[in-house]
Design a protein around this ligand. Structure first.
Ligand code: F6P
Length: 555
């Protein structure tokens, strides 16, 4: 058997997980492990501290985890991932995002693949050229999913006052989104960056064409000079009118949700600086090294993954809340939603049969302390609750040490409250002053917090590019470890295809003239009803429900 086939076999675990003695041993040990924060468990990795003290722990669980990881072939799967072997077995491709941060290059035998190092250097040259000419005051970034979230996250995190030029994003195929994005921009001074690995994504192509029309109408002297593209499909970008010198090639061997490590970082470099990209890559690379070298027992991504397996697959928690105590990490949750849910939101293993244990929790959340005033009530007192990943930094804004102390205090207090809870006895002390004892008892019952809710705390020294890079790589590798245990391929996304295909047909039907008479669409009753209802609405002589800001609604 060849090396590539070995890799495929190594990563393609079958569906026997639930019945295996290693899984049964792990599940049993997890059920009886303590959740009492009795023993400090902090792992230092790539400048991050991962504190797993408030997860279930016991020596028996550690031992069972080692056997499980060995039985599922984690060491070999990890080797294959870093070697660029085709670990994405349903598509026969590598998932070699780690090579991008290691600054490695790769030429495929057919010579078609770009040299990633050279493309990166070309992209950085372009950024320098743009900086020198000062022709552009704004960037309009067009892309969706992995071609959007990374730049959005990094620019929000490191934008602030240092932003070289303004940036607007448009991802959705919604006229409001496009018009809002370009509102107030000077089309003659705007650089349009079209980011799409495939260059076939409907939303992105629609918005790119709208941007070209906007540039033309706005009097751009040479529209093509105002276009740049990052893609694994350069000919499609050129066909749209982007000059070859402004097309930067992504590698086909990097999945779309890992694009931030590729030339898709162009908009980041143009707005918050190339040093942000370089710092993020360095942090991610440091986490790659830790993941490869640290023993499983003190390996941060591995231990984070194991905590998740206990919470999701053994204890049945179907969601994971992410609470980043940093306003600048506003887009972290959405970034992780794509990373985790597009990667793991699957139910079959390598042999096509069901995994047999619950997989892939829903990822949700918002920055703290906003979340405390939104859904933390549910985290503390609902029947189900959810595990939480708290994320914080030791250093806050240099000019606001008081604010940072308060922010951190809230973060520490929330996780303590989730773990400890509040008993009826404690609640009764709070109502001791109420004379009506029956009422006092009822009230006290409302104040009980069940507690026993697990959490992890991830601490950065400060929110800098290096720390963010390490944080994203931590989650990437956590996802990979879980995928190996479950036997899931984390690098494909078949689940997004069906809806896309149906939309093409429905869009055609929505445009059929009402004059065509009654049509049997062959859909369910609801879809057919809304196709007809939309056609009557859209083809009526004038819009009947237009709303213009500042003007009373005309019905
Ligand atoms: O949502 C499906 C998906 O293929 C993602 O994996 C990807 O990040 C996104 O669409 C955008 O794809 P592209 O970069 O090819 O436009």
């Amino acid at each position: 058997m060849g090396k590539a086939n070995n890799a495929i076999e190594a990563s393609r675990a079958d569906s026997g997980l639930a019945d295996s003695p290693e899984w049964r041993g792990f599940a049993q040990a997890a059920q009886s492990a303590a959740l009492d924060a009795g023993a400090l468990k902090v792992i230092e990795a790539a400048g991050l501290c991962v504190d797993l003290t408030m997860q279930r722990q016991s020596p028996a669980l550690d031992a069972a985890a080692q056997s499980l990881l060995q039985a599922r072939g984690l060491a070999e799967a990890r080797r294959a991932l870093f070697a660029g072997e085709p670990v994405n077995w349903t598509e026969g491709k590598p998932a070699w995002h780690t090579a991008l941060r290691a600054g490695r290059t790769r030429e495929q035998p057919d010579g078609q693949d770009a040299d990633s190092v050279c493309e990166y250097a070309r992209m950085m040259d372009f950024v320098r050229r743009v900086d020198q000419t000062a022709d552009f005051s704004t960037v309009l970034h067009i892309g969706i999913g992995g071609s959007d979230w990374g730049p959005r996250l990094a620019i929000q995190a490191f934008g602030g006052a240092s932003q070289r030029r303004q940036i607007r994003f448009v991802s959705n195929i919604d006229g409001h989104a496009f018009h809002d994005a370009v509102a107030g921009l000077d089309p003659r001074r705007c650089l349009v960056v079209v980011s799409s690995k495939s260059f076939t994504t409907a939303e992105t192509l629609h918005n790119a064409r709208a941007a070209i029309a906007w540039l033309k109408q706005g009097g751009a002297a040479d529209v093509s000079e105002q276009l740049a593209a990052v893609t694994a499909n350069p000919s499609a970008a050129r066909a749209l009118g982007v000059p070859a010198s402004q097309v930067f090639k992504m590698c086909d061997w990097v999945g779309g949700r890992y694009s931030v490590w590729s030339v898709a970082g162009l908009s980041i470099a143009l707005t918050v600086g190339a040093e942000v990209l370089i710092g993020m890559q360095a942090g991610a690379q440091a986490m790659d090294q830790h993941f490869q070298q640290a023993p499983f027992g003190s390996n941060a991504p591995v231990q984070l993954a194991l905590a998740g397996l206990v919470n999701c697959s053994v204890l049945g928690h179907n969601s994971l809340n992410i609470a980043a105590y940093s306003a600048r990490l506003l887009h972290l949750v959405t970034y992780l939603q794509q990373l985790e849910m597009e990667s793991l939101g699957k139910r079959v293993a390598g042999d096509g049969a069901a995994v047999g244990v619950p997989t892939a929790p829903i990822i949700w959340g918002m920055p703290g302390t906003d979340g405390q005033h939104t859904f933390f009530q549910w985290l503390h007192q609902s029947e189900a609750g959810a595990p939480v990943d708290f994320i914080a930094s030791l250093q806050g804004h240099a000019d606001s040490p008081d604010a940072h102390r308060k922010l951190l205090a809230n973060c520490l207090a929330q996780r303590q409250a989730l773990l400890r809870g509040k008993s009826l006895e404690q609640a009764l002390l709070d109502v001791a002053h109420i004379d009506d004892r029956e009422h006092a008892l009822t009230l006290a019952q409302h104040m009980v917090h069940p507690g026993g809710r697990p959490s992890t705390l991830i601490v950065l020294r400060q929110l800098d590019p290096r720390g963010l890079g390490a944080l994203l790589a931590l989650y990437e590798h956590k996802v990979f470890v879980q995928s190996v245990v479950w036997g899931i391929n984390p690098f494909d996304q078949w689940g997004v295809e069906l809806g896309k295909r149906l939309a093409t047909g429905i869009e055609r039907e929505l445009a059929v003239p009402v004059s065509a008479g009654v049509v049997d669409w062959g859909h369910d009753a609801s879809t057919s009803y809304w196709i007809d209802r939309y056609r009557s609405h859209a083809q009526a002589p004038r819009p009947r429900h237009a709303w213009v800001p500042g003007v009373a609604a005309h019905l």
